[in-house]
Design a protein around this ligand. Sequence first.
Ligand code: SF4
Length: 156
Amino acid sequence: MIIVSACLLGKKCRYDGKAKLNNRLVKLLKDKEIIPVCPELEGDLPVPRPPAEIIGGNGFDILKGRARIKNREGRDVTDNFIKGVNKVITRVDLKDIRMAILKERSPSCGVNCIYDGSFNGKLKDGCGVFTARLLKEKIPIFSEEETGKLINQGLL
Ligand code: SF4
């Protein structure tokens, strides 16, 4: 089973009320068993919602309580993000998961980089909080921008 960010599969669950459909990825996953997830929806955040960024760290820092997630209006939404992550982790049988393919740059699903907390469109190295939680379970994670790598490694 492969966990996939639901927005990449066409679900309109992003902060702006839109999806981020990735047709190439959908095609590659056609015969695979997948579990679409959106940890932000599972954390009871609405669609649409103000964009949120991790302030003062990355997803691992959020899990350790050393950073917070705030939306552009200044509201602290850390608890929603953590609730969503915990709900997914509880619902999904992790031993059946061979990898996850997640949406790059998201404060939940970002794999290699996330926005830097300034809401100025600047990126920093680091992953989102859902990604961090899955990495702690030693689940291999790829972003949707790494399909070439997945193919080369024979994973898709
Ligand atoms: S990036 Fe992750 S949390 Fe954000 S909309 Fe897509 S699935 Fe949901």
